[in-house]
Design a protein. Sequence first.
Length: 228
Amino acid sequence: MVFHYKFWHLLFHPSSLTYMLEHEEEYEKIRGYKKALWLLFFTTLLFFAIRNLWGMHTEGLTALLANGLDDRYMFARLISLGGAILWAIAFFIFHYYVLTYMLHLLTDLPFKWIQKVQLYVITFIVLEKAVTFLVFAIVGFTTPFTFFSLAPITAYFYQDEYLLYFLNQLTVATVVTIIIQYTFLSQWEEESKKILLAKLIFVQIGLALMVAAISILPILKWIEGGVS
């Protein structure tokens, strides 16, 4: 018996996916999942590459071009593009493997089951980033904070850098992530579903706190100081 994995259909019919995973050993083959996985992976790489080629997060290289250092500028852009692709790979690995393992430890649910759920999470995070980039491309400039978070509004009233970067990590995609994870994982949860929801929220807040801390650290200056 073959199970035909239909990405969007299963998103809106979570019981079908959970049933398939619970009875996976009964199927000879799950057709379509690997295709969806690789398609999302290469789409993520392509998006990060396009964003870099457009010039997002490469503002520091403009000085080379302005000073007539064309060769150095082109070399720096190539290095930057390579870095963007590596960052895309790290982004995918973190959400598909590392975060999955964290949820596996917190919920005791099978690792491979959670991976199937994380595929939807990655999709909506990339989608939110793509919409943000599209708006930036239309207006012709970027901002350090996404309009999908409360950070831009908060910046008008409060200028604490750590708080703003923390809020910048809690976006619409964060809410969608929690909803998707809870919708699927709660069908396997035999204990309190409220505890499961608390765990999912805790993970997102913890990640936001960690990313905010990294964002305000002068990592580039530390690297330059170590090299010199």
